[in-house]
Design a protein around this ligand. Sequence first.
Ligand SMILES: Cc1cc2nc3c(=O)[nH]c(=O)nc-3n(C[C@H](O)[C@H](O)[C@H](O)COP(=O)(O)OP(=O)(O)OC[C@H]3O[C@@H](n4cnc5c(N)ncnc54)[C@H](O)[C@@H]3O)c2cc1C
Length: 504
Amino acid sequence: MEKPLDTALVWFRRDLRTADHAALHHALKAARRVWCVFVYDRDILDPLPRADRRVAFIHASIAELDQQLADLAAARGTSGVRLIVRHGSAAQEVPQLAAALGVQAVYTNHDDEPAALARDAMVRDGLASAGIAMHTSKDHVVFERSELLTGTGKPYGVFTPYKNSWLKKLEPFFVKAYPIERHAASLAPVPAAHATALPSLEALGFRPVDLQALNIPTGSSGAQRLVADFMARIGAYEDTRNFPAVKGPSYLSVHLRFGTVSVRELAALAWQHIQEAPPAQRAGAQVWLSELVWRDFYHQILHHHPRVVGACFKPEFDRIVWEQGEHADALFKAWCEGRTGYPLVDAAMAQINQTGYMHNRLRMVVASFLVKDLGLDWRRGEAYFALHLNDFDLAANNGGWQWAASTGCDAQPWFRIFNPVRQSETFDPAGKFIRRYLPQLAALPDAALHAPWAARPIDLASAGIVVGRDYPLPVVQHDEARLRTLERYKVVKGSGVAAGEAAD
Ligand SMILES: Cc1cc2nc3c(=O)[nH]c(=O)nc-3n(C[C@H](O)[C@H](O)[C@H](O)COP(=O)(O)OP(=O)(O)OC[C@H]3O[C@@H](n4cnc5c(N)ncnc54)[C@H](O)[C@@H]3O)c2cc1C
């Protein structure tokens, strides 16, 4: 069949791979000649610190994407196929390049973050004024936007019915890979006027970082290594996922964030495991698939309720008065720097500060601690994570913080307050994780590690530790902080707490 278009441009954003790529597939199918572009968007990059693991991750993944495109075309005898890379404001660069190449359409995948939607509206306008169409596709999630609605046609605000509906709708069609090779002959050599070498990290204004030392693999090849490693242990996921010292989760979040792996591929693998593994090993894959559903859930929440960026999902919680002033600032600094005096919290903050990753259980613990022990606005913690997480994703991060702060949809009830010592004893019983990140406490016996201020003097002495000198005294007393929090939230709810009071 004759292709309807002569030329098209594929704009890569948070989908840095060629395999199972919706926009690339549609463009290759539709046009006789297809070029590909990635823009290092100055509107996003310029405000970032000059050493940023995300930028380095993208940079390495872009080099691999460039090679993948060249290889795909070379396998069909075409040379000179490259990724066109620009450094500027995407809102201007994409329409300019599309016009200069004379393409008839730009293909790209959905990005439903409010800032991305605003940028895409500008690009669409710019293209339209040059008579160029813009086609967008779902790629980042399995089900998006309004694909799943309640019986009354409303967006879901509660996870479990959303998940049930998600699982009910899941058919092989929705996780089937988009074939790319079949149409790769349409990849066209880059015209000389647009062919430039990939910019170095330094040319983009960034310093190299420690991804290799941290053993964070980049690009689709890195994602596939992690997929293979995880699929061999997915059966144990349910039992291991809550223990930060254990290799339980997949560590795929940064790859899902930047699309170096397809979520369809992952959902299909989990689904296959659920169907084919011996019954005793299915639960792990079921729970892991649920995590992918949480990801979709928070994305549709952001799509339907963009006001969650900056505001509580439940508006009545916007009346909460958070701690402010110098003392609050000092508490926030202690939290950021891992100096709260609660070892699990401090070890978790050391993990994010040193690696850009934090285990999910610990994200819940430190978020709860910031909000319900320190009395600080969840938005302060959300912003800190946004700056430091390699896998920072607006929808998941906002959802996670609002869950922990009890301000979100289907959140932790407001009267549930994690006890940081009990969390530590339960999820790091032998203190393996704490010792890894707080070596100054390593010599304490296991039982004393979770609350050094309460350790027996003999244990402290034999470990050579003076609390307040070698490790901070607690910045707050949990029991007192808990009561203050119940009071703070009671104002909002205007109700007593006794009936639902709980602690974890
Ligand atoms: C306060 C807080 C902030 C968070 N911020 C982010 C964030 O910015 N980016 C992010 O990707 N995840 C975030 N999460 C969710 C979760 O902690 C991470 O996805 C997970 O720890 C990543 O590790 P993994 O890839 O090994 O996860 P796995 O356990 O292997 O899970 C597989 C994938 O499922 C998705 N996922 C898992 N849990 C969740 C969840 N609760 N919500 C949404 N998606 C989930 C992720 O894409 C993850 O890679 C946050 C959670 C909390 C409590």
